[in-house]
Structures are given as structure tokens and as C-alpha cells.
Write a protein of this length. Structure first.
Length: 315
């Protein structure tokens, strides 16, 4: 549950027209995976016993600076010595867990990407290059539009921080891959930099639903991206959350988006309520539409479907 804007990603409109113009074909080319972690580990391990200021300076000069173009693409344009000074001791405490996650990451990614493309054979995997890097806890997974592609960034330190030592990578992969697929099928909604409440509810709810469908053995806690408070309190607030979502269905206000999708929200219902309510709505819609059809719904159809589902959940 990264701390970026009000949702789990920041989908910028800069690349909207080019992404929309891409011809969607069967994904014969694999998704390119660029793994920056081996380069990071070399710098990290070389100075492990040095004083903190020296380690920070070496990370900035020997790793961050050489990868700044990729960090820029991830939206991490300014990485300061102060941020690294705060992050590095906290990373030290989890470095072994991050190493363990990294060792199995590429194989798990390949397995789940193959499973995803079987479920969504028209997914243009080549337009969704993947980067693996330390995110300095800014995110676990994050999308940024870039020219004619929609790169996906995985921050392994963020994965461990936000999901613990036993993260269900299958759930995380399915959730994020589906966001890429949504952007290919309905770019005007997915790439709207300030989507209305119903848009965010659809994007997050259906991605959560797809991650559940593609990982039938996953726990609901993992499907809800390891948000134990949402799992514990969500059912009791279902009607109240549905009514509030109906009341603000067309809002684009930051405060309203935060109330349903921000991990830091503190208010009348659990934080990130939109993920839970969106999942319930998507489960119902999924009884009559398959996952490919759901991704392809037009924006007016999305709103119509969600209004009807919210009314039912509010009863």
C-alpha cells in the first residue's frame, strides 16, 4: 500500500494519447524485466561497515546517480541525502528479507506473467516493461505512463515493508498486471490523472477481484493487500461505505478520493475502503461478465454498473 497520491499508483496523462493509439495484439513478446537490485547490492555490500554518512554518499554517487534516468521514470525525481539517511538504517534491519524476496522474484514473475497472459491473451505485455529497484519505501508497486508504454516498478523494500516477510507475490503481480491491462482496454479512465470516485473504485475493485480470481488459494488478507484493519472492520462498515460512495460517486476532490483510497485516511470507516467495496461490487458483476469483458467496459457502463451495485450493497 504505497504512499503515492490517493491510490496505489500515479497514472499520468502525459502518455495517454500514444498509449491509446497502440494497436492491441496478442502478447507474443515477453515483458522486459530490468532488475537494478544486483547493482544495488554490490554498492550496499561494499560499504556495509562504513559510517552512515559515507554509505549514503556512496549510494548516491555509485548507484542512485547512475540509475537516475530510471528513477525519474518512476516519478522519483529528487532523492536527497536526508531521505537516504533516514531510509538506510531501516533498510538494514530488513535487508535479509529483501534479499530472500529478490532471489525468488524473477522466477515468480515469469510464472505469474505466463498465467496472466493465458487469462488475458490480448494483453500487450511488450508495452508494460518492468523495473525492480529499491523504492526507499515510497511504494511497493507503481505505474507511470511513459511515451507509448506504461512501465511498472516494483520496490522490493516497499514490498517487505507493506506486506511483510511472506508477501503473496501472485496477488501483487495479478493486481498490477491487471492495471496495465485496464490501461490498454480503457485508457481514458485508467490514465485520468484525477479520476472520479467511481473510476478509482472500478480500477481498484476489479484489480482486487482479478487478483483473487487468478490466485484462488490466496487469503482474503493478501487479496486486500495485507490490510488487516480493512479485513477486520470492512464488513461491519459495508453499508455505510456504500452509501458514502454513492453520495460522492462523481467527485474528483482530493479529499473524497483520499477518504476511500488513501492508506493514511482516518475517519468514519477503515482506510482504503474503496478496495473492499470495489471487490464486493466486482464479485457481483463477475457473475454475468468475464474478466476480459469487465476490463473492456466503457466509462459510462462502468458508472452504471457501480451505481447499481452500490445501491444493492447499501440496502
Amino acid at each position: 500500500m504505497p504512499h503515492i497520491a490517493f491510490t496505489r499508483r500515479s497514472l499520468l496523462a502525459a502518455g495517454l494519447s500514444l498509449v491509446a493509439q497502440r494497436r492491441l495484439v496478442a502478447a507474443t513478446a515477453p515483458t522486459a524485466l530490468t532488475d537494478l537490485m544486483p547493482r544495488f547490492w554490490r554498492v550496499y555490500d561494499r560499504d556495509a561497515s562504513a559510517p552512515l554518512p559515507a554509505r549514503v554518499n556512496r549510494l548516491r554517487s555509485d548507484f542512485i546517480a547512475s540509475q537516475q534516468t530510471i528513477y525519474d521514470r518512476a516519478g522519483m525525481v529528487r532523492i536527497t541525502a536526508e531521505e537516504l539517511t533516514t531510509w538506510l538504517p531501516r533498510f538494514d534491519a530488513m535487508a535479509d528479507e529483501v534479499r530472500s524476496l529478490h532471489r525468488g522474484f524473477a522466477a515468480a514473475f515469469d510464472t505469474h506473467m505466463h498465467g496472466f497472459t493465458r487469462a488475458f491473451p490480448d494483453f500487450d505485455a511488450a508495452s508494460a516493461p518492468v523495473f525492480v529497484l529499491p523504492s526507499l519505501f515510497r511504494f511497493d508497486a507503481h505505474l507511470e505512463s511513459h511515451e507509448s508504454s506504461l512501465p511498472l516498478f516494483f520496490g522490493l523494500d516497499g514490498v517487505v515493508r507493506y506486506h511483510g516477510n511472506h508477501a503473496d507475490l501472485g496477488v501483487l503481480f495479478a493486481h498490477e498486471f491487471f492495471h496495465c491491462y485496464q490501461a490498454q482496454k480503457n485508457p481514458s479512465l485508467s490514465l485520468d490523472p484525477q479520476a472520479p470516485v467511481y473510476g478509482a473504485l472500478w480500477l481498484e475493485g476489479v484489480a482486487t477481484y482479478v487478483s483473487e480470481r487468478l490466485n484462488p488459494d490466496a487469503s482474503l488478507l493478501h487479496v486486500l493487500l495485507d490490510d488487516d484493519e480493512l479485513l477486520r472492520r470492512g464488513p461491519a462498515y459495508r453499508r455505510k461505505m456504500a452509501l458514502a460512495l454513492l453520495d460522492r460517486i462523481d467527485s474528483r476532490r482530493d479529499a473524497d478520493l483520499a477518504a476511500f483510497f488513501a492508506s493514511g485516511y482516518r475517519g468514519e470507516w477503515p482506510a482504503r475502503a474503496g478496495y473492499y467495496v470495489g471487490l464486493l461490487a466486482a464479485r457481483n458483476i463477475g457473475r454475468s461478465l468475464d474478466m476480459v469483458q469487465m476490463a473492456a467496459l466503457s466509462t459510462p457502463q462502468v458508472r452504471e454498473q457501480l451505481v447499481e451495485q452500490l445501491k444493492q450493497l447499501a440496502r
